[in-house]
Design a protein around this ligand. Structure first.
Ligand code: BES
Ligand code: MN
Ligand code: MN
Length: 495
């Protein structure tokens, strides 16, 4: 487990560093950035040696010293691309993430210093570096290669001046790692009750934050029929956990909903063997929402935030909900179940309806590992977003490029897709007739159908692909959701 530190000065970052990784766009290497950033360190010549001939977008040479007393024993330079595509993050977070491991010298102290073209790039780069240092492990073999014991990260501008991370930004990084560790934790250690406890522990002592939950059959009394049905067969009961942050004089209330399926077997519509593997990731939306809400509360965000975390295990048992069951949802609408594996939308539908009707939120944002089709549509790097407001959709794209948690929009057109959900005996089915017709848009639209009557500004984030990569949680969504929340204005909600 690597301890991450965010020093505010170059000399402090270099203090005791055995491995040093220097990152800068190719043209900054040419214009002498390293000299401005590092000043007169005795091992300057080594940096010059390392960066000669370094190619744009490539990792440069690694240079070792024989004199460990006077500086890092290993210096690696990385050249970041000069140009970044329109739909990528201008921070170059992807290139930084790809190279960040090369700072490590065994278990020694590592240091990453990165040149940023704008001060707001420091946070996405810190997130990228932190992402490569996951905090969950149950490995016991001491002979396995260990990551650096500690890693210092510092952004420096083109003039060589440090760009320190604000306390709020450091909070986002720490909670991103926390969210990822919840997702990485194996399902036998992360049932609905343990998830709830983890959130309570994280929220403990935070001023203005209230955590409550509605558990088991109490869900039915509160008309949360979707959450109850999905989770009722599991050994540990389903619940709706609420994390509410209410600062004095708040102008508006932001609602967040995160899909918290602690394990998705598919239910009676059981998934196949290959598709079960990795389904511990199905609470990544809830983890991201909890982390974002707590980050906003810790930073004393001016708007109130209400996070709703519907938590359920989609399990098989005598009490499982069935294909052919008809549920009455929180919205009052009835849903004929034709696929128990399309469970996430039932949790989200109850969550958004609850926030819109019982908490009177001014905007509702949901985040979920909702559809496998999402990564077909927008890929494993961009989450798919759907919204009933153009302003919110644009904010989501902007916040994605700003945070490094990229997004790309899918169509919002309920009248064109509603036939997919047509039922002969209920208001709708829960899964589409034609899975080749904009499946991720349709899933989003199912959620929207449960707040449609209220015309509340709504943004949906399907992060099924980006949340989990290479058998590891990415913490995707924490940076995005905090950036979206911070970007909400009256104009955004109007448009
Ligand atoms: N949790 C899955 C979606 C998922 C798939 C997340 C792969 C991450 C990786 C969701 O509950 C699900 O099963 N979706 C189905 C929907 C279908 C039944 C309409 C899917 O994507 O196949
Ligand atoms: Mn499912
Ligand atoms: Mn699921």
């Amino acid at each position: 487990l690597t301890e991450l530190t965010f020093p505010t000065r170059v000399d402090a970052a270099l203090e005791g560093a055995q491995g040093l990784l220097l990152l800068a766009p190719a043209r900054r290497w040419k214009d002498g950035w390293a000299r401005r950033a590092l000043g007169n360190v005795p091992w300057r010549a080594l940096v010059d040696l390392a960066c000669t001939g370094v190619e744009p977008g490539r990792r440069g040479r690694s240079v070792g010293t024989l004199n460990p007393g006077s500086g890092p024993t290993r210096i690696v330079v990385g050249s970041l691309p000069d140009v970044v595509s329109r739909h990528n993050s201008p921070s170059r977070a992807d290139a930084v993430a790809a190279m960040a491991q090369s700072a490590d010298v065994g278990e020694g102290r590592a240091c990453v210093i990165a040149c940023v073209e704008a001060p707001e790039h420091a946070l996405p780069l810190a997130l990228a570096v932190a992402r490569g240092r996951p905090s969950f492990t149950m490995m016991t073999d001491p002979s396995r290669k260990r990551p650096a014991r500690s890693l210092a990260f510092l952004a420096v501008d083109a003039e060589g001046r440090p760009v320190p991370l604000s306390p709020a930004a450091r909070g986002v990084v720490a909670r991103m790692r926390w969210a990822a560790s919840l997702v990485d934790t194996p399902p036998q250690m992360m049932d609905t009750a343990l998830f709830e406890q983890a959130v309570r522990r994280e929220a403990k002592g935070m001023a203005g934050v209230r955590v409550t939950s509605i558990v088991g059959d109490a869900l039915l009394a509160r008309r949360l029929g979707g959450i109850h049905a999905v989770g009722r067969a599991a050994a540990v009961p389903p619940r709706l956990q609420l994390v509410e942050y209410a600062p004095r004089g708040a102008r508006r209330r932001i609602g967040l909903v995160g899909k918290g399926v602690v394990y998705d077997t598919g239910g009676l519509a059981l998934k196949g063997r290959e598709h079960l593997v990795s389904m511990k990731c199905d609470m990544a939306g809830a983890a991201a929402v909890a982390a974002a809400a707590l980050s906003l509360a810790a930073a004393r965000h001016a708007d109130a935030v209400v996070a709703a975390l519907p938590l359920a295990e989609n399990a098989i048992g005598p009490d499982s909900y069935r294909n052919d069951d008809i549920l009455t949802m929180h919205s009052g609408k009835t849903v004929e179940i034709n696929n128990t594996d399309a469970e996430g939308r039932l949790l989200l539908a109850d969550g958004v309806s609850f926030l819109a009707r019982e908490r009177d939120v001014d905007v509702v944002i949901d985040a979920a590992t909702l559809t496998g089709a999402q990564s077909i549509a927008t890929g494993i790097r961009h989450a798919a977003v759907v919204s009933n407001r153009e302003g919110l959709e644009e904010l989501a794209i902007r916040a994605g490029r700003e945070s490094g948690d990229l997004t790309f929009p899918l169509p919002f057109a309920p009248e064109l897709f509603q036939d997919e959900f047509r039922s002969k005996v209920a208001d709708m089915k829960n899964s589409v007739a034609n899975r080749a017709n904009a499946q991720s848009s349709c899933a989003a639209q199912f959620v929207y159908a449960h707040v449609e009557d209220l015309d509340v500004p709504w943004l949906h984030v399907d992060l099924a692909g980006p949340a989990f990569r290479d058998e590891r949680a990415t913490g995707f969504g924490v940076g995005l959701l905090t950036a979206v929340a911070r970007g909400i204005t009256a104009d955004v909600l109007e448009a």
